[in-house]
Write a protein of this length. Structure first.
Length: 191
């Protein structure tokens, strides 16, 4: 058995310690391991899909965006979470629409990780996040405000000021946090 085959067997063994070690070793191998991992990312077993995405996320030189995007739409919440985390580690402009949709995920951790990935995409994600602030669900708006606060792009100032007047304390918190980070802070007006 060659090293790659052995590492893939350990990755899918069901033993978490072995799988984690194999994941890191596969990342060191890099491009040669990418093909088998991309195939594994489509496996019917969600645990194997998760580990494949986890290993691909460790490979900076490998374009795994298609697999991560497919993972964002997976039926298993853990796989969706892993895909969003992978896209956070490897921001991709083409992932922005799928990540915007994922902020409405029924799994709150997947939604949070999608917003983190959008924050990692930085200014490229701002227009889509501003649209969510205007038209998104309350959950997506909260995650969008958090992502905008983390990005700190001044284009978000009007939307964050508008969010201060909302009925959600968390939304107000993240709007205020974003404004503070941009140096705008609270501005008091005399009535």
């Amino acid at each position: 058995m060659d090293e790659l085959t052995g590492l893939l067997a350990r990755l899918t063994s069901g033993d978490e310690a072995q799988a984690q070690d194999a994941c890191l070793r596969l990342a060191e191998i890099g491009q040669e391991a990418a093909g088998p991992l991309k195939e594994l990312a489509a496996n019917p077993n969600p645990d194997q899909r998760w580990w494949a995405l986890r290993a691909l996320a460790e490979m900076p030189a490998v374009d795994a965006a298609p697999e991560m995007l497919r993972g964002l739409a997976d039926s298993d919440p853990a796989v969706r979470q892993c895909a969003a985390l992978g896209l956070q580690r490897h921001p991709s402009e083409r992932a922005i629409p799928a990540l915007i949709s994922a902020m409405d995920d029924s799994d709150s951790l997947a939604a949070r990780l999608a917003a983190n990935a959008l924050a990692a995409a930085g200014p490229l994600a701002v227009p889509a996040l501003l649209d969510v602030m205007q038209n998104g669900s309350s959950i997506a708006r909260l995650e969008a405000a958090r992502a905008l606060a983390l990005i700190g792009d001044t284009r978000a100032i009007p939307a964050l000021f508008q969010a201060l007047d909302g009925d959600s304390m968390l939304l107000e918190y993240w709007a205020n946090e974003g404004l503070e980070r941009m140096g705008v802070g609270m501005v008091f007006f005399k009535p």
